[in-house]
Design a protein around this ligand. Structure first.
Ligand code: MRU
Length: 367
């Protein structure tokens, strides 16, 4: 069982677990201003595409509940300003933009006549986004079960667990569900340079869950496929284009190529909120470039010669032809993805509509 929570709403503040300090410390930080949440996202206090969606939604709720706006129009204008700031926090994860838009659409409902109505609706929407994420992850885990052999060696890249989501995890959720259903899984954990999300965060989560694992360097995947034998790779996703091209943590593309060369199934895992049907292929995905010091320094100590040239793209795009299947809460998409992904997104929207009375139901917010 997880004893931590990546994000929580508590009495008018957003509480984030500072992921930069894990595994050495578990420190929670409270945020009362949406601008500070935007900074926390940029500085990687919270990271992982679904977690960024929830963080942005709760940041919008902060903007709403702490607003002094006298009328509905003024509050909507303030929310538009908050949305603009939050959209600049990080560019690649689709979930961040998806969640902000969902909150904005909710706030635009003409039936919300007063600032109090809007505040209540915005907070309810943020709670719904967070709650749906956990449910989606659990469903993803169940959907994936038939794809996981009873005994499996699995390579996992980056961190996609409870830390990268609101709870349970996506690709790590698939591993978790397999373990909970009695499958004997062993996880080969890519350390995931440069920020070591695998070595620090995924290993920390797997240890708590009691799932057998071994941390390896990113370049070792071919070695382990040849020597030990790997049954499948599972990775998360930050943005999936209409044709299935997938942006995920840098190194994912290399892993997909090695898996392809060895005939190892390569599964991309994520909620449908990561699928961006508005872009035809991966060329349209903006890849975030992060500071050089993430590469030139390890633990604050410089490891490169002074003034060395560095390129630090945080993500890469794996072409759809190297992806065996894309596992979502609404089902599993197989190629051709241009056909299967729109079907799954439509199915997820239908499922969400059926949940809406619950999502919208909430009491007034005290501020
Ligand atoms: O830079 P990060 O740590 O936010 O990158 C995270 C990833 O690339 C994850 O694999 C992806 O967001 C999926 S998380 C369920």
């Amino acid at each position: 069982m997880s004893t931590y929570r990546s994000i929580e709403w508590k009495d008018g503040v957003v509480r984030l677990l500072d992921q930069r300090l894990i595994p050495h410390e578990t420190v929670y930080v409270d945020y009362a201003d949406y601008r500070d949440v935007a900074t926390a996202i940029r500085e990687m206090v919270i990271r992982g595409a679904p977690a960024l969606g929830a963080a942005a939604a709760y940041a919008m709720a902060l903007a709403a509940v702490h607003s002094q706006a006298a009328d509905a129009a003024s509050l909507r204008a303030e929310l538009a300003q908050a949305a603009a700031v939050l959209r600049t926090a990080r560019p690649t994860a689709a979930n961040l933009f998806w969640a902000i838009q969902r909150v904005m659409d909710r706030a635009a409902d003409p039936g919300l006549a007063t600032p109090a109505d809007i505040r209540t609706a915005v907070l309810a929407e943020a709670h719904a986004i967070a709650e749906e994420d956990v449910q989606a992850n659990r469903q993803i885990g169940l959907n994936a079960l038939p794809l996981i052999p009873d005994k499996a060696n699995i390579i996992h890249h980056c961190n996609t667990g409870g830390l990268a989501t609101v709870g349970y995890g996506t690709a790590l959720g698939v591993i978790r569900a397999a373990h909970e259903h009695g499958k004997r899984v062993h996880v080969f954990v890519d350390e995931t340079r440069p920020r070591l999300q695998g070595a620090r965060l995924t290993a920390w989560e797997l240890k708590q869950l009691g799932i057998p694992h071994t941390v390896i360097v990113d370049g070792a995947s071919g070695y382990f496929m040849r020597t030990v034998g790997i049954d499948l790779c599972v990775v998360g996703c930050d943005r999936v284009a209409r044709n299935g091209d997938t942006a995920n943590k840098i190194g994912t593309y290399n892993l997909a190529l090695v898996a392809h060369a060895h005939g190892v199934p390569f599964y991309v895992v994520g909620p449908t909120s990561t699928i961006d049907l508005s872009i035809p292929n991966g060329d349209a995905i903006q890849v975030e470039e992060r500071p050089a010091r993430e590469i030139t320094q390890i633990g604050g100590e410089q490891i490169t010669p002074d003034g060395v040239a560095v390129a630090n793209p945080a993500f890469d795009v794996t072409p759809a032809r190297y992806i065996t299947a894309i596992i979502t809460e609404a089902g599993i998409a197989y190629p051709p993805y241009e056909e299967s992904l729109p079907d799954l997104v439509a199915r997820a929207q239908e499922q969400r509509k059926q949940m809406e009375p619950w999502a919208a139901g909430s009491e007034q917010v005290d501020v």
